[in-house]
Write a protein that binds this ligand. Sequence first.
Ligand SMILES: [Zn+2]
Length: 189
Amino acid sequence: MELADIIRQSDCSLCQESLLEIGGVSNYGAAIIAKIGSLEDGWYATLQRKTPADPQTGFSVHIMPQGHLTSFGQIKTNPRLTLNYGLIFSSIYQAIEEIIREQSGLAQLGCYGKCGTSQNTKEHIHFKLFEESGGLNQPWPSDNPWSEKEVYITAKGDRVLALPVKKSILSQERVDYLSRRLIYLLNDN
Ligand SMILES: [Zn+2]
């Protein structure tokens, strides 16, 4: 992939969302809280309206490249894209930790990155950052405690037991507070 190949796709919701300015809200309710760089070397982040964490204490932030990258290896296409990735990732992580510490005194954050797979049709790469609460506070399939879980033989094949994970909608009051606080921490100081 060459620098000139980094484009914005008209049929990709994340590409279109990247056109919004900080403070803007996408048509599915995600608030833009940070932007860095431009199409070729830039990233942006959103506060999600829904979270799989405990909605009273947790929330979810997504970080995406402004251009339509489909592999994490493409971040190396441009040194500024790589640098901006490190800057926005670390800044967002720091801001989330500060907010969670203010509210509950303890910040335990999880993160995972996603790109298109056979089970995930969203090919535009994105990172999901969230408080480890609710059903998220359990071993993940790549963790040793997960692979050591007891296996049950069921009609659908071998299965392990995991806590259910459900997404909750944050209250409008909490969305307003969190987006204001995140925008302040990420842009005003
Ligand atoms: Zn895209």
